[in-house]
Write a protein that binds this ligand. Sequence first.
Ligand SMILES: C[S@@+](CC[C@H](N)C(=O)[O-])C[C@H]1O[C@@H](n2cnc3c(N)ncnc32)[C@H](O)[C@@H]1O
Length: 261
Amino acid sequence: MDSKTAHSLTEHEKKDKALFDAISPKYLEKDLAPQCSIARKHRLLSSLKNVSFDHTSRVLEVGCGAGFSVKYLDKPYSAYVGVDYSQGLIDYANQYNSKPKAQFICANIKEYQPEEKFDVIFMIGVLHHFDDMKGILSHIVTLLKPGGVVVANEPQSSNPLIQGLRTLRTKLDKSYSDDQVQLLPENLKELYEAVGLKEVQVLGQGYFSTPFAEVVLRPKWIIKVLSMGSIGLDNYIQRVDWTSLRKIAWNVVGVGFKSKI
Ligand SMILES: C[S@@+](CC[C@H](N)C(=O)[O-])C[C@H]1O[C@@H](n2cnc3c(N)ncnc32)[C@H](O)[C@@H]1O
């Protein structure tokens, strides 16, 4: 990130960026530990399940962290760009996930102006870090081609049991951001519609597997088996019905399209 861009960060962004720079080695561990990375891969792939990609698709990941989506994605693309304002995480992305069609950029997304627009834009656990969700999401929509799709996977607040566990984690885990905002599924839908996205769908994601994606638990092999079992259960639930069960899920996935004209 150049000094002019760094200078333009809001106080909230400075604090958030500093947190991710400080915890970047710990953050990286989640994608390096197999018992955790399988659940992280599952979260990404289930979020993108209903989105079509092909060999011509240009894909942007907002808040790409250490760039492991490049390793996890099981769909073709012509170009992947990952943008994150944490230099620590972008350095890891370049070290661990460099690939010919992938590029990682250290920038604040609200200032990112690519030469070419994108067919698919996705973000996993990022939207709630923005201090101006509507303003920044509107900017993100300008980066889409007509007919392009935005996918956001977000923690949601409908389930009181999950909210209790999150509050406990805020108290116990110093690397967990203490100004987390969680949206209700209907808030995410309203936000998408407010920025002009069409055919908006909000689905539940992660009923059992999410804790395995968030914390590196041990012993490794026992946790790996439990993590795989939880992914199997989630796949089953998500196949049966995503919408009516979304209120008890850890996360919600918003999918919305930019108008073709
Ligand atoms: C909770 S982490 C999620 C990282 C990654 N998507 C994952 O699932 O591991 C949120 C990420 O968003 C990035 N971020 C937040 N606001 C941003 C902004 N305005 N511009 C660029 N990156 C941002 C942070 O640096 C952080 O890496």
